[in-house]
Design a protein around this ligand. Structure first.
Ligand code: SPV
Ligand code: MN
Length: 627
């Protein structure tokens, strides 16, 4: 180790922690830590190993410094982010790009030298008077080909505590990589605090250095901006995957339970707050992961892992009826961090849609809260934020799938793309082929914005593969890589779209929340060739009788022919308008769009026009079923 690095480490680490760090003997890692110490100037440095003692220390620190409040149930704590720090900050999240190179205008970037200087200036002395935590975690199952070692430096014990719940340990894993330079690095500081929240959110930055695989994050606490291994790592992983021929996706991974105890694994990509977690938690099914999956090909089979082992999920609408498994976990003694909920005077958490009355006062992200409280613009402050979350470990759930820690990953039978679409897509549909699935389902995905990101809600936005916020390569290349992933696969996963948010003429939702179970069970039957389907201009949809049976058997409800017609009518004008909108984005903003994208749009358009000529603009599925 270079003398200078050693001197820096010795100046801030006591002998025990110095020994812990240097036991890893990885020059690149030691240099990173020393540089961050010099830059952020912490009062002390704590090196966290995988031991329960160290995790308990971090948790205790979060409580001691006021970032977490212990609640009445054993293992439960609560954390608040500031009123202006309640979601991912897309505008201030940028890729550091070397001068002259670009990712295209759809992705936010800043010139690397200037951007690095800017973010390092904000990080300078940011840890003064505080302890730097040095944590090691692993993305993916330990010892697997999917695994990526990571180091997180942070002055927020809340961030480190969340990571201990969400990720597999990495200290011992780091020993096994010896002096390899191949790992992700994250440096985070919450910056100056006021009442335990980041004060200078106007200077919040999340800067991603794809070349050096480092992410800097400063002046923020919200998990999506700070938890390195979550969306910060996903952006690095997409770039890495593109070089190595695998996929890093914003996807759940779940076991769907078919007839005769058959389990078929599905991945599913949905934009934030559009039903991804609730799908992976459906009753009778088993969860591997709810947010980020890596996919690789092994001997002609697509296999996938959850890179996490926990859930940082939206708590709104979690209630005994909609999400019994999560609800039970949130009311049982186990490790849970609630964030941005309402705390009552008994230190009990409350949230929107929890299925019972919410108190008229308490404490929330705005401080002391009372019914009728307004913000600085006179807008009512809700009791709990719409993006309030819970953080817990999947092995603590009753429905944890045994594949969670399988180093080989689970074989993928189906891939689902879903968005918040009030007008166009039917509730479930199988793509006509892999190419059509990637292009007309994944790459054409649009969704109405939600509270998970800062900005206006309900705006229809293009969001290819539900991954636009995280893609770190030119978009055309990303689509091509997805198309090419089919090469050498013996049995391709089937691709489906789902839409839980379709509305009728009266503006009412056409489905209940429970219906999504039926769509995924139908998809499972399709993957296993157990049911026929109706061919429409946009894909294969269920036959009425199959749905009626699935509704009866699984939800004990009568599924009427009228429901089927309303939900599965092919809406030609809406589909054509959607193709036009999305095509325009590719033509105007994605110069490297593969030609096949345009030809596939053309074919889809022709099919829609031909069908309209024959049956009219709104085509009942029964008309097509008879053919
Ligand atoms: C999402 O917004 O997609 C999440 C939560 O999963 S986070 O990215 O951490 O904000
Ligand atoms: Mn997500």
């Amino acid at each position: 180790m270079a003398g200078e690095i050693n001197d820096i480490l010795k100046s801030k680490l006591n002998p025990e922690h110095y020994d812990r760090l240097t036991a890893l003997d990885n020059p690149k890692m030691l240099r990173f830590v020393a540089d961050a110490i010099e830059l952020t100037n912490p009062a002390s440095v704590y090196v966290c190993t995988d031991s329960p003692h160290d995790i308990a220390y971090i948790r205790g620190l979060a409580i001691k410094n006021g970032e977490e409040i212990p609640l009445n149930i054993k293992g439960h704590t609560c954390h608040f982010d500031g009123p202006k720090d309640q979601g991912r900050d897309k505008a201030n999240t940028r890729y550091l790009m070397p001068a002259g190179s670009t990712l295209g205008e759809s992705l936010n970037s800043v010139e690397k030298k200037a951007g690095t200087e800017e973010v390092r200036d904000l990080l300078r002395n940011s840890m003064a008077g505080r302890e730097m935590l040095v944590c090691f975690w692993t993305l993916g199952p330990i010892g697997s080909e999917f695994a990526i070692p990571c180091i997180q430096l942070t002055d927020s014990p809340y961030v480190a505590h969340s990571e201990s719940i969400l990720y597999r340990p990495g200290y011992e894993q780091f020993k096994s990589i010896a002096d390899s330079p191949d790992f992700f690095r994250f440096l985070h500081s919450e910056g100056e605090l006021e009442n335990s929240i980041s004060k200078n959110v106007d200077r919040r930055r999340v800067y991603i250095d794809l070349e050096d695989e480092i992410v800097y994050s400063v002046n923020t606490q919200y998990g999506g901006n700070t938890i390195g291994l979550k969306k910060l790592a996903l952006r690095l992983a997409i770039q890495k995957a593109s070089r190595q021929g695998w996929l890093a996706e914003h996807m759940f991974l779940m076991g769907v339970h078919g007839p005769k105890k058959r389990v078929t694994y599905f991945t599913g990509a949905f934009p934030s707050a559009c039903g991804k977690t609730s799908t992976s938690m459906l009753p009778g099914q088993s969860i591997v992961g709810d947010d980020i999956a890596y996919l690789r090909k092994k001997e002609g089979v697509v296999r996938s892992v959850n890179v996490e082992k926990g859930i940082f999920g939206i708590i709104q609408d979690v209630n005994p009826k909609n999400d019994p498994v999560i609800h039970k976990a949130l009311t049982s003694p186990m490790e849970v961090i609630f964030s941005n909920i309402l705390l009552d005077s008994q230190n009990k958490p409350h949230w929107l849609g929890m299925g019972c009355e919410i108190p008229n006062d308490g404490f929330n992200f705005s401080g002391k809260w009372f019914k009728g409280k307004t913000d600085d613009q006179g807008k009512p402050i809700p009791p709990a934020h719409k993006n309030a979350r819970y953080c817990l470990s999947i092995p603590d759930l009753d429905n944890c799938d045994p594949a969670l820690d399988d180093p080989k990953g689970a074989p993928v039978g189906g891939i689902v793309y879903g968005g918040r679409d009030s007008s166009t897509w039917v509730p479930v549909e199988q793509a006509l082929s892999w190419e059509e699935g990637i292009i007309l389902k994944g790459a054409a995905l649009e969704s109405e914005t939600t509270a998970a990101t800062i900005g206006k809600e309900g705006v229809r936005t293009f969001n290819l593969m539900s991954n636009l916020d995280f893609v770190s390569i030119p978009l055309g290349k990303y689509v091509q890589i997805n198309l090419d992933f089919a090469k050498d696969v013996k049995k391709l996963p089937l691709i489906f779209s789902v839409n839980y948010f379709l509305r009728g003429k009266d503006g009412q939702y056409l489905n209940t929340m429970a219906d999504k179970l039926i769509w995924i069970l139908w998809a499972e039957l399709r993957v296993n060739a157990d049911v026929d389907a109706v061919k429409t201009p946009t894909g294969f949809i269920p036959v009425y009788d199959d749905l009626a049976r699935l509704f009866k058997e699984n939800l004990n409800t009568e599924y009427s022919r009228d429901n089927y017609v309303q939900q599965f009518t092919v809406r030609i004008p809406e589909n054509l308008a959607k193709l036009d909108r999305v095509e325009k984005i590719y033509r105007d903003k994605v110069p490297d769009t593969p030609q096949i994208v345009f030809s596939t749009f053309d074919e889809a358009r022709k099919r829609l026009q031909a069908a309209a000529g024959k049956y009219g603009d709104y085509i009942s599925p029964f008309d097509l079923a008879e053919k």
